[in-house]
Design a protein around this ligand. Sequence first.
Ligand SMILES: [Zn+2]
Length: 283
Amino acid sequence: MVAAYLLSGKECALIDMGYESSAKSVINDLEENGLGADSIDYLLPTHVHLDHSGGCSSLAEKYVNASIRVHPKGMPHLADPSKLWAGAGELFGSKLMERYGKPQPIARSRLREMNDNEEISLGGGLTLRSLWTPGHASHHLSYELEGTGSVATGDAVGIIYPNVPVLVPTTPPTSFNLPLAIGSLERIRGTRPTRLLTPHYGVMIDAINLISDNIQALKEWAIKISSLLKEGASPERIGRILTVESARRAGKSIDTIPDYLSMSIRVSVLGFTRYLENIAKAA
Ligand SMILES: [Zn+2]
């Protein structure tokens, strides 16, 4: 479900790290690749949602020299994940939360702010530059791998799982914002990328077209969800409609759509409807 990216120059950084419950698999993979307890220098969750940062506390414990860099707005949630845990529990329910695993608080001394447009040089010619991409969540960062054409996008780019080839926007509660999401995609496009390192899932080539597809998908959802809301459809019903439509687009029957994809659509629809209702109230 979640891809972590290991970037190695003279120093090593791990971008996104999955759930707490999958931290062990990440550690095993790193060990199999000869990376011991002193060999990860940076842990870089693109944002604090549990599928990206949940494993951070276990990895911080294992990789004792790693500095954990996160956007200032995300930092309090790594130091004290209780609010994050409670909020996610409301969305996902106790059964899934048990599967995700509960992150532990991370000591403040391990945490450092990562602001927009900051660089981390890993040596060996590899430098990361942070891009503040706040559409998915207000504290979301993507990372440009300077001079390589690659951008580790985090959830600024939507989901395409390999077994269901259909693009699904990632627009969860509580801070999804449509113009900021489009602006974030345009910011990534501005780096002229050729490859996107996406968390859900994998390395994607044809980056510029994929970014256009993402912008288009957000605009289509905005039109479709607005009109369904006007007809009085509930978020649950809209989620089902969009799941059926995604299955059709992927050329699959609805019962072959995996639970994690229908759940992603449900959560994205909740975030999108909340955003649309908020702007309607403000108008
Ligand atoms: Zn997220």
